[in-house]
Design a protein around this ligand. Structure first.
Ligand SMILES: [Fe+2]
Length: 315
């Protein structure tokens, strides 16, 4: 086990990204998701280059109940100072509460403030970290498994992306659901492939094309999602099955994260405890899958035979 360190010297931005931690008091082993989350925080804390942000891509909890959020707060408080910023994207499971969506979203806002030290009044927001723009999209209402991105949020998203584009730097967008029909969806939505699956299954849903259109208006956009609990897939599965964790659609890069705490399916490495490290340098972006439990980089070939994604920034 070794301390995490950046791939190159001169790092400008260093982030740990995990998804679908599914903290759950009703889990058959409630300690397990908590243990996975704490391990990923401890791993980030041991990075020799301080981590600028620890980000989850939604489904931090399995239901947005008071008990699950209390367990989540406990995890973060047990590993203080893992990163300079903690940011929690909202997922569909975080929107589910016995008393309805309003109770769930209020719990999200309240616990976001406790954990992330920022007051929210919308499920969508942005951050600027070391001069780089980070955009977070989130459900306006309970819409089942797909995302609900209302008109007001779409307008805000378009305007925020315009602002981000002016920086001429890479832009990082986070939404729990991937765009429709990417990363092998809909057939990779479930462990058991459904030949009659709806084409939207497992994806963002009705707003997917509109979101994609906005993303594609800008250069150097990286879109991170989770939701489908797929293992890390690289070049091999891309060749054999036509999908992978890292996909490219024109000028847009798409990255789908596995679940940190649930059994993953599809993909080449289905381990729990896997997230990615995002490293930004003056001229390039590097994204490295890592087993935060074993504190080891994954060995799955991702691009050009290397076990990580690396791309020059388009000037
Ligand atoms: Fe999930």
């Amino acid at each position: 086990m070794s301390k995490m360190k950046p791939l190159y010297d001169g790092i400008k931005l260093n982030c740990t990204i995990v998804s679908d931690t599914h903290i759950d008091e009703k889990h058959p082993m409630p300690w397990l998701p908590k243990w996975n989350l704490r391990n990923s925080l401890k791993d980030a804390k041991r990075n020799i280059s301080p981590v600028d942000a620890f980000i989850t891509v939604g489904d931090t909890t399995s239901r947005g109940s008071e008990a699950n959020w209390a367990m989540t707060v406990d995890c973060f408080s047990k590993v203080p100072d893992a990163a300079k910023n903690i940011i929690l994207t909202i997922g569909n499971h975080d929107c589910w509460h016995d008393d309805g969506f309003d109770s769930a979203i209020n719990n999200y806002y309240k616990n976001f403030e406790t954990i992330c030290k920022r007051k929210l009044d919308k499920p969508y927001f942005s951050y600027i970290l070391n001069g780089y723009h980070f955009v977070f999209l989130g459900n306006d209402c309970d819409s089942g498994c797909e995302a609900s991105i209302g008109e007001e949020q779409m307008k805000w998203f378009e305007e925020d992306m315009e602002k981000a584009g002016k920086s001429k730097k890479p832009i990082f967008v986070f939404c729990h659901q991937s765009l429709n029909q990417k990363h092998g969806l809909p057939r990779t939505w479930d462990r058991n492939e459904d030949p009659n699956a709806d084409p939207w299954d497992g994806g963002l849903g009705k707003n997917s094309d509109a979101v994609e259109e906005i993303l594609k208006k800008h250069k150097n956009v990286y879109y991170f999602s989770g939701h489908s609990h797929m293992g890390i897939g690289g070049e091999k599965i891309q060749k054999s099955d036509g999908y992978s964790t890292f996909e490219k659609e024109e000028n847009l890069r798409l990255i789908n994260l596995p679940s940190l705490s649930c059994g993953n399916h599809h993909g080449e490495d289905r381990s729990m405890g896997v997230g990615v490290q995002l490293e930004v340098y003056t001229d390039k972006v590097v994204i490295r899958p890592r087993n935060t439990k074993k504190r080891k980089w994954l060995t799955v070939p991702i691009k050009d035979g290397k076990p990580y994604f690396e791309e020059m920034i388009d000037k």
